[in-house]
Design a protein around this ligand. Structure first.
Ligand code: HEM
Length: 272
């Protein structure tokens, strides 16, 4: 090898740091090459958002965090809870008084349920006040309404599970209220109680709805919700220059760069 070539080879030889980096990133590279997942996550985390987003825009993520806390603590509770009228109350007592940190997990799940619902309302209020439900985000608002309904149902079905006096009578009231709805009411009440009175069939039905059906629906709806948030981008506050239709004095996004995947235009634009 000529001396000059040898010099070039030495100059381009990877340093120990480069080698370590390559080894450390190898699993990620492996995954990326086969799935594109890393690029997708990077796009999600580093996508462009309007410059004037504020703390108000964190309420959706706060709601998501509250839901994840409910999901994790719920899985732990499901390991010890027994959905049977003979044993349900005793299993709750066991979790609260005897299980290591059981009181904490149960407390987080119980109070977290209220936090989840309250945050959902705050997030919905933010979306409403910012006019973020308008074109082209109507579908995401509708998905949000379904999420709200599912969240409330989750609270209703979970309330019965401790099988104490409060749980029992609150459910009697809830089912009777549903029974007064026009046309569908009696069928709904019959479906929920699962028989002539509230008993073991009601409890297992509520348990299945509470830990399988409704969380599954919520997860599916959240995936759709977030897909639309990424696709459409988030709205600027109503007081921002962009919302008022004024030039924000920013350089235009580079070709291919965008705030969301679509740039909302008023209906009728493009001669449609
Ligand atoms: C499990 C419940 C929910 C979760 C986890 C959730 C999550 C999120 C997140 C992370 C965002 C983007 C950031 C933000 O704007 O805060 C968002 C945006 C949005 N959410 Fe929700 N959300 C939930 C419930 C709702 C409800 C109840 C509504 C209304 C009925 C709603 C309507 C919207 C709309 C229209 C947007 C777009 C806002 C914009 O473009 O500025 N969401 N949501």
């Amino acid at each position: 090898m000529a001396l000059s070539d040898r010099g070039a080879a030495i100059a381009t030889a990877p340093t120990r740091g480069d080698q370590l980096k390559h080894v450390a990133l190898y699993p990620l590279d492996w995954l990326e090459e086969r799935s594109g997942l890393v690029g997708g996550i990077k796009y999600f985390l580093f996508r462009k958002v309007p410059r004037d987003t504020s703390w108000f825009h964190t309420l959706g993520s706060a709601t998501l965090t509250a839901f994840l806390v409910q999901a994790i603590t719920g899985v732990v509770l499901a390991m010890y809870y027994k959905p049977d009228p003979e044993t349900a109350y005793a299993s709750i007592q066991f979790i609260t008084n005897d299980l290591t940190l059981g009181w904490l997990v149960r407390g987080m799940h119980k109070w977290g349920a209220s936090v989840f619902i309250i945050l959902m309302f705050f997030h919905m209020a933010r979306v409403f006040l910012f006019g973020a439900y308008k074109y082209p985000r109507e579908l995401n608002w509708i998905i949000g309404v379904l999420l709200l309904a599912m969240g409330m149902l989750e609270g209703f079905t979970g309330y019965l599970l401790p099988w104490d006096q409060t749980a029992y009578w609150a459910t009697v009231v809830g089912i009777n209220l549903n029974g007064t709805a026009p046309v569908l009411g009696p069928f709904l009440a019959q479906f929920l109680s699962g028989g002539a009175e509230i008993g073991s069939d009601t409890l297992s039905k509520f348990y299945s709805l509470h830990m399988l059906v409704i969380p599954g629906a919520i997860i599916g709806l959240i995936v759709l919700h977030l897909y639309l948030v990424i696709r459409l981008g988030v709205t600027s506050p109503p007081w921002s220059d962009e919302a008022a239709g004024r030039d924000r004095g920013e350089p235009p996004p580079p070709k291919g760069g965008r705030r969301g995947l679509t740039q909302p235009k008023p209906r009728g634009a493009n001669g449609q």
